[in-house]
Design a protein around this ligand. Structure first.
Ligand SMILES: NC(=O)c1ccc[n+]([C@@H]2O[C@H](COP(=O)([O-])OP(=O)(O)OC[C@H]3O[C@@H](n4cnc5c(N)ncnc54)[C@H](OP(=O)(O)O)[C@@H]3O)[C@@H](O)[C@H]2O)c1
Length: 280
């Protein structure tokens, strides 16, 4: 008999794949996405999250990881991907009286506006400055107010296998001098997001929000200059960067102390240096 804890991944992409690879030994995974995959490390059902057929999978799951990503930067696609899908699964679970042990939302440090004060932990109430940020906060709020046991993981930019192709961005001229600002940028290795999900599940954590960022504490200008030197590519001139009046540094102290997270990749620069030296 299979008595492994069952985890449903809504929006099976790079993170879902990493999760199934990294923690496949002690969980049973099932993924949901719309378009076929060439190969998958676990069963993946092809349907939109809004499909009525999702209820069988919601009823099957002990835990639900909500992590679809919008494929375009269009605002309506963003709203449909995060808020509308979240509202839809909450309604279906309420209708069928399905209560998983937790629903884990992969949110983003993008909920914190860039023009905020210096140091930010999870007690900080984000002030809405952009529509994108508002949509993400509404998605978090919909889950928190649903009465379902929730965990919100506010992730920095994901890097690692299948994520964050900085060499291509630099080579394609997508990083210019206009982006060399003094603001902090926040990253997290995809494996550390997987470990945070595993810890939340194995320690029965619910009702909490965690920031997930690595220890880099690096400013945008410093990071892009590091990339330029690492890959031997110049940063094209795109004018001057904006003057930064205020700035924010996002804390990962709660994830370390309360979730027990030990970062497998504490600094993105060390990771990129290692992988550039020995590409696999
Ligand atoms: N990338 C970052 O830097 C970053 C930063 C913070 C947070 N996050 C969050 O991290 C999470 C995981 O990202 P990832 O790297 O795994 O993204 P990904 O590789 O782009 O995977 C997302 C998956 O969601 C599926 N999807 C999108 N809309 C769907 C829908 N309506 N119904 C069913 N499936 C849907 C897509 O497959 P189909 O198109 O085939 O459906 C795709 O495979 C996302 O929630 C993202 O917002 C990312």
């Amino acid at each position: 008999m299979n008595d492994k804890t069952k985890i449903l991944i809504l929006g099976f992409g790079a993170l879902g794949r990493a999760l199934a690879h990294r923690h496949g030994a002690h969980y049973e995974f099932r993924g949901i996405k719309r378009t076929p995959l060439a190969s998958a490390p676990c069963p993946v059902l092809l349907m939109p999250i809004m499909d009525a057929g999702i209820v069988d999978s919601l009823a099957w799951a002990d835990h639900v990881v909500f992590c679809p990503a919008a494929s375009t930067s269009d605002l309506e696609a963003y709203r449909a991907t995060y808020l509308d899908n979240m509202v839809s699964i909450i309604a279906r679970m309420a209708e069928r009286r399905i209560t998983p042990r937790s629903v884990i939302l992969i949110s983003s440090t993008g909920v914190y506006p860039e023009s905020m004060e210096e140091f930010i932990d999870e007690t900080h109430e984000p002030v809405v400055k952009t529509e994108r940020q508002e949509i993400l906060l509404q998605t978090e709020r919909a889950l928190i107010d649903s009465g379902l046991p929730y965990v919100v993981l506010r992730c920095g930019g994901l890097y690692g296998e299948g994520r964050g192709d900085f060499l291509a961005r630099l080579a394609d001229g997508r990083i210019t001098s206009a982006m060399l600002s003094g603001q902090f940028v926040h990253f997290i290795h995809v494996n550390d997001v997987c470990d945070a999900i595993d810890l939340a599940i194995s320690r029965n954590v619910t009702g909490e929000i965690f920031n997930l960022v690595d220890d880099s504490q690096i400013r945008r200008a410093e990071f892009y200059r590091f990339l330029s030197s690492l890959y031997g590519l110049p940063i094209p001139d795109g004018g001057s960067p904006p003057e930064i009046v205020r700035d924010r540094l996002i804390s990962n102290a709660k994830a370390k102390s309360q979730l027990g997270l030990t970062l497998s990749s504490p600094r993105i620069t060390d990771y990129l240096q290692r992988t550039a030296a020995s590409p696999s």
